[in-house]
Structure formats: structure tokens, C-alpha cells
Design a binder for this molecule. Structure first.
Ligand SMILES: [Zn+2]
Length: 282
């Protein structure tokens, strides 16, 4: 026993033992390295698979988006138009064609509706219309308007929208004009006038495929204080535009281009210069 222990101790001191020990140590280290490599490699593989999966998912979603695009184009083709089916009560009293108020020059594509005030307190729509008509004889001045809205909310049409009125200066060629009657110097519209102007503007916006914001003041064209009350009170003008927008939202129905064209039918041609005598809004 003693002897064996002695031999063992001697053996442990031997170079052979040390060499084998070192060899074992190296082998262990190698095994640890292999184990670590396996663990890290496995983890890396899992991450790679996850990344690939996420990539596939994302590109799958992108693929869906590109599939959805043709649908959007289809929707564009079937663009919806807002149309107010209930036409305002328009009393058509066209002026006699003449160089001073109804020159018979065609309008181009209508891009704005221009609101004016008569600057003649207490006068009626009919009186203003007749004044425009009288210019064919008096030659006093050149002025007119497509529509005049009166104190009772009545709407008189003086000129077809396919023809120019003499109302909005350099914008006569592509605008429709509305003169509004008022009771006093402030130029404020009474409720009847106001409501009819909102209704008429909304209807014209839909007719010419415009937005409420496309309704402008004479002031916005030339800087003239017209319509005075809405120039003096910007907030009231903003409210008016909002009221036109609200009227459109509340009363317009969506139509496809085909439905819209069928709805307007002949009257749609008023923007394309037919014979003056056939240009009534009806
Ligand atoms: Zn004006």
C-alpha cells in the first residue's frame, strides 16, 4: 500500500504524467470550445431563421399592398362626384344680349363662384336685374351678374353660366357671379338672402365640381370691399364657407361620372358654348 502510494506520487511528478495531464486539459478545453460553438451556432441559426421569417412576413404584407394598389386605381376610375339633387328655386329672367351686360362671350371652365353685394341698400333682386337689362339702352356702364339673390331669398338668373357676366373683372372668363341684395350700408345679408346664397353656392359647387373653398369674394379678385360685410368680418366669411361645405355634406349624394353626366344631361353643356338662347339653367 505504502509502496503504491509512493509510486503514484512519483508517477505524478513524472514528465509523462504532466504531459498527459496537459493533454487532458487541452482536450477538455477543446470540448468546451466545441460545446460553446454549438450553443452559439444554434442561437445564431435560430436568430437567422427568425430574421428570415420576419422578412418573409414583411414582404408578404408588402406584397398584399401591391395587390391592393390596382384596387385603388379602380376606385380612382370610379371617382365619386357630389351632386345636390334638389335644385334651388331659380327664376330665370335672362337679359337681352347686349354689349353692356350680356356680351355673349363664352366662359371657360368655371373655377370659382364669386359672391358680391349690390352696394345699393334696400333694392330687390328684380330691380337689380332690370338695371342690368336697362344698360342695353342707356349704355351707362358695363356691369351684370349671372345671379341676383334678393331680400326674400329669391334667386333670379340673368345670364347663362356658359356666358360671361360683367362682374368680377379679370376673372369673368372662368367664374360664376352672384350679386346679393342687402338692407343697409353694413352690407350684411338677412337670413333669407344668406340661406339662398348658401344653397345656390352649394348647388353651383357641385355643378362645376368645385369645393366650398372655391367660393370667393369679389375682394379676393380685386381687393375691392365687396361683399362689404364679408370683407369687414373675415370670421363671418369663414363661417359662410363652412355653411356652404355643411350644406353640401348634408344634401349632396355621391354619383359616379356616368351617373353625374346622366343627371346633368343637357344642362352640363352650358359650360361648352352652345347657342345663347338655349343656355337656360333648366
Ligand atoms: Zn362685387
Amino acid at each position: 500500500m505504502q509502496r503504491e502510494n509512493k509510486d503514484l506520487a512519483a508517477y505524478r511528478e513524472s514528465e509523462e504524467y504532466k504531459r498527459l495531464k496537459e493533454l487532458r486539459r487541452k482536450r477538455r478545453r477543446k470540448q468546451v470550445m466545441i460545446a460553446r460553438t454549438c450553443v452559439f451556432g444554434g442561437a445564431a441559426l435560430i436568430i437567422l431563421v427568425l430574421v428570415l421569417l420576419i422578412n418573409a412576413l414583411v414582404s408578404g404584407l408588402k406584397g398584399k399592398e401591391t395587390i391592393a394598389k390596382p384596387d385603388n386605381d379602380l376606385l380612382k376610375k370610379e371617382e365619386k362626384y357630389m351632386v345636390i339633387e334638389k335644385k334651388p328655386n331659380i327664376d330665370v329672367q335672362l337679359l337681352t344680349p347686349n354689349d353692356y351686360s350680356r356680351p355673349g362671350i363664352t366662359t371657360e371652365t368655371i373655377e370659382n363662384i364669386v359672391v358680391h353685394y349690390t352696394a345699393n341698400p334696400g333694392t330687390t333682386a328684380k330691380q337689380n336685374r332690370d338695371f342690368f337689362e336697362s344698360l342695353k339702352d342707356t349704355h351707362a356702364t358695363s356691369v351684370s351678374s349671372h345671379f341676383v339673390v334678393g331680400l326674400e331669398g329669391e334667386i333670379i338668373q340673368c345670364i347663362p353660366t356658359a356666358e360671361r357676366a360683367y362682374a368680377s373683372n379679370q376673372r369673368n372668363f372662368n367664374t360664376v357671379s352672384i350679386e346679393c341684395c342687402h338692407m343697409d350700408e353694413t352690407g350684411k345679408f338677412n337670413d333669407s338672402t344668406y340661406n339662398s346664397v348658401v344653397e345656390l353656392c352649394a348647388w353651383l359647387c357641385c355643378k362645376f365640381n368645385l369645393q366650398a373653398e372655391d367660393v370667393i369674394r369679389h375682394y379676393d379678385v380685386t381687393g375691392k370691399a365687396c361683399p362689404k360685410y364679408f370683407v369687414d368680418n373675415q370670421g363671418e366669411w369663414d363661417k359662410f364657407i363652412q355653411d356652404v361645405a355643411d350644406y353640401i355634406s348634408a344634401n349632396a349624394v355621391e354619383m359616379t361620372k356616368e351617373e353625374r353626366d346622366a343627371y346633368y344631361g343637357e344642362s352640363e353643356t352650358v359650360t361648352s358654348a352652345p347657342e345663347a338662347t338655349n343656355l337656360m339653367e333648366e
